[in-house]
Design a protein around this ligand. Structure first.
Ligand code: COA
Length: 156
């Protein structure tokens, strides 16, 4: 991880859809099941409230959604990074950002709908497995529901 990349976060706009879908496709089938594409499109078409994109030198390299799920509970959805820029610390920066946002509100629990492929990443930040659903996302793609308790201090 290096903290040197200059990253900017901003709200998702309809003009980002093509790029986001391209990043989804580039992460399929390694991280996403092909059948999830229709759900992602519906999410974006539906306005994607709380979705944010991450730009590096003006280019969108990732996105993530943060929404209110219940009282004091937020949910992280559709976090994805361009495979060409994975492993450079961008996902970590995003997650730090998400945790900061949660701490700045009354959030105590962050729910993460992950897969068996991405769960190890979230575990590094202290997220724990709540439930595993075999083939929950599609054939061979297991759903791993996780939670990250938001404490008052940095836990990374
Ligand atoms: C999961 C994801 C967001 C991680 O983002 P990233 O920018 O690649 O992560 P970072 O570079 O910050 O990685 C931080 C550390 O976690 C590790 N890591 C990253 N992804 C991992 C994974 N899937 N499994 C295990 N470890 C992982 C990295 O190797 C790195 O380790 P290091 O610090 O020892 O070098 C990214 O790989 C991604 O977009 N995946 C496809 C979409 C996806 O699965 N989304 C989640 C489900 S909705």
């Amino acid at each position: 991880m290096n903290g040197m990349t200059d990253l900017a976060f901003r709200p998702y706009e309809p003009r980002d859809q093509r790029r986001c879908v391209a990043m989804f496709d580039a992460n399929t089938p390694e991280f996403f099941s092909p059948n999830e594409r229709v759900d992602y499109l519906a999410y974006l078409d539906g306005g994607a409230a709380g979705y944010r994109v991450c730009e590096e030198k003006g280019r969108v390299v990732g996105a993530f959604g943060l929404s209110q799920a219940a009282a004091q509970t937020r949910e992280l959805n559709w976090i994805l990074i361009d495979p060409g820029t994975q492993g450079q610390g961008i996902g970590s920066r995003m997650l730090e950002r998400v945790v900061e946002d949660c701490r700045g509100s009354d959030t105590t629990i962050l729910r993460i709908a992950a897969s068996h492929r991405s769960a190890p990443f979230f575990e590094r930040f202290g997220a724990t497995v709540v439930r595993t659903t075999e083939n929950g996302w599609g054939p061979g793609m297991h759903r791993v529901d996780m939670r990250l308790d938001i404490g008052p201090q940095a836990e990374v």
